[in-house]
Ligand binder design. Structure first.
Ligand code: NDP
Ligand code: BG6
Length: 505
């Protein structure tokens, strides 16, 4: 969060080094930090994985990821050649103490070569099931002993449920100090998510309207075109509720619903977010069907290409009951939000990759205009576009030019690409730099993770207790199962088609 300069020497160790996260997000982020000179020349990256790869093949794999996913596009030979000299790979069983011994020897050799102390960042780009093993292995080998210079980064979902998250916290604290633990949720590093605070608390315009008196309801959509592809091993044990709703969407919800922090400080912001999670009305076991909807994609069409059903993806159980879509209605019992529903939905194989928050305002108290003047009247709507076409839109009513008095909707907008000519950094660039500088503002505290689990536990319990006989229940390329439409229709509402992909009227 602070304005960081180039870092001190760093050894960045990624466990799960041939996984999707590493090639899609982590290495592109590190490469961009390198090109932007945020990581100095004294930096090394060691990939650790249970599968073995020759060094050259591994570098090639990472380069492919950067070419495909970096915001800068394809790598240039000259720059990549210098950068890739800092990448190395080792295979090893995460349950074998020898893996950590070998890793320790490599780190010691780097230190010796540089003739200085280094910061070590151990990044677990793995499923939650191996986190405890990794922390124990590192601790037993003495690799996390230096509490000032060694940090561990743990991906979401943190644990599998409330109980396992609490147990994991206890175990982590036997090996590490809390200040060494970074529970990452990369949505907190997205410019557009951070901007929610700037927009809310840097402008006096919105705050008087940001409450139950003026807001009818809020929708948060995080939709993806991609399916699970080769991530079945992780995803089939996770599902949309654990993978997206419990963390990314809940974080967005916290920023939308929180009270103004007294100061822009890590603990103060985290306290205000936990207050939101604590105020969410618990969903009673017998009410889960009225508050939550699950779905799983069938085969279908995405961008003119036929794609397989979830159950046919590699490493997925052919009878899987894992949800690839989840929608939830939440109520926040506090003075600001009493009676305002927050609808959250996230799914894979949707028609587009698009994330948006829609704040739907109430209609004006009295419409003075004749019905002929307002054939298409819609109350005000604020849209925060998280991605793509990042920006903010406010739907207002204006008089359509002409002799007759007629209202129509129009948008006031702010678009990042129009206002700022430079490309914004990817979330992982911002967050990795924060970790390197020991700044925990944008990371999750244990109580926040637990509060978020508490919100979804009734849904997890209900879903795990009943096999979804209706799966698969939405075709790839659609907005999810019909039940998601019913969730809002029951309240007399409907999901907005995200503005980033529509020619809105
Ligand atoms: P993948 O399945 O693609 O990668 C997981 C990696 O962990 C693989 O290298 C896998 O090895 C390894 N692994 C799994 N189980 C074990 C084990 N028991 N012992 C040793 N290694 C193991 O998943 P992702 O990379 O997509 O996800 C990893 C984490 O990152 C998840 O927590 C996810 O929520 C998070 N994340 C992912 C994002 C993404 O865009 N992919 C974005 C943000 C967060 P092998 O291939 O041999 O199974
Ligand atoms: C990850 C999930 O946390 O976020 C993935 O594990 C998902 O399933 C990804 O694809 C989405 O991130 P982004 O930044 O592309 O919206």
């Amino acid at each position: 969060m602070e304005n960081h300069k180039a870092t001190e020497p760093i050894v960045f160790v990624i466990f799960g080094a041939s996984g999707d996260l590493t090639s899609r997000k982590l290495v592109p982020a590190v490469y961009n930090l390198y090109l932007d000179k945020f990581v100095g020349v004294n930096f090394s990256l060691i990939g650790v994985d249970r599968r073995s790869h020759p060094e050259d093949e591994y570098r090639g794999l990472l380069r492919k990821g950067v070419d495909e996913f970096s915001r800068r596009g394809k790598t240039q030979d000259a720059e990549w050649d210098v950068f890739s000299k800092r990448l190395s790979f080792m295979d090893g069983d995460f349950s074998d103490p020898n893996t950590y011994k070998q890793l320790g020897d490599r780190i010691a050799a780097i230190k010796q070569q540089l003739n200085t102390e280094v910061h070590t960042i151990f990044y677990f780009a793995t499923p939650p099931s191996v986190v405890e093993m990794l922390v124990h292995g590192l601790g037993a080998a003495g690799l996390t002993k230096d509490e000032k210079r060694s940090r561990v980064v743990i991906e979401k979902p943190f644990g599998r449920d409330l109980e396992s998250a609490q147990e994991l916290d206890i175990k982590l604290l036997t090996e590490l100090k809390e200040s060494q633990i970074y529970r990452i949720d990369h949505y907190l590093g997205k410019e557009t998510v951070q901007n929610i605070m700037a927009f809310r608390f840097g402008n006096s315009l919105m705050e008087p309207l940001w409450n139950r008196r003026y807001v009818d309801h809020v929708q948060i959509t995080v939709a993806e075109e991609v399916g699970v592809e080769h991530r079945g091993g992780y995803y089939d044990k996770s599902g949309a509720l654990r993978d997206m709703i419990q963390n990314h969407l809940m974080q967005i919800l916290c920023y939308i619903a929180m009270e103004a922090p007294v100061a822009f400080e890590a603990d103060e912001i985290r306290n205000k977010k936990v207050d939101v999670l604590r105020a969410i009305r618990p969903i009673e076991a017998e009410q889960v069907n009225q508050f939550a909807v699950r779905g799983q994609y069938d085969s279908g069409w995405i961008r003119g290409e036929q794609v397989p059903s979830y159950r046919k993806e590699p490493s997925v159980n052919p009878d899987s009951g894992t949800e690839t879509f989840a929608a939830v209605k939440l109520l926040i019992d506090n003075w600001r939000w009493e009676g305002v529903p927050f609808y959250l939905r996230s799914g894979k194989r949707m028609p587009a990759r698009v994330s948006e928050v829609v704040m739907q305002f109430r209609p004006v108290p009295h419409l003075s205009f004749p019905s002929s003047a307002i054939p298409d009247f819609t109350p005000n709507r604020l849209v925060l576009r998280i991605q793509p076409n990042e920006g903010i839109f406010i739907r207002i009513q204006v008089k359509q030019p002409g002799a007759t008095f007629r209202l129509r909707g129009a948008d006031m907008h702010f678009l990042y690409k129009e206002t700022f000519k430079v490309a914004e950094p990817e979330a992982y660039e911002t967050l990795l730099l924060d970790i390197a500088h020991g700044d925990a503002t944008q990371f999750m505290r244990a109580d926040q993770v637990e509060a978020a689990w508490k919100v979804v536990m009734p849904i997890i319990n209900a879903w795990e207790g009943s096999t979804p006989i209706e799966f698969p229940n939405y075709p790839s390329g659609s907005w999810g199962p019909d039940a998601a439409v019913t969730l809002l229709a029951r309240d007399g509402r409907n999901w907005w088609v995200p503005t980033a992909i529509q020619d809105h009227t």
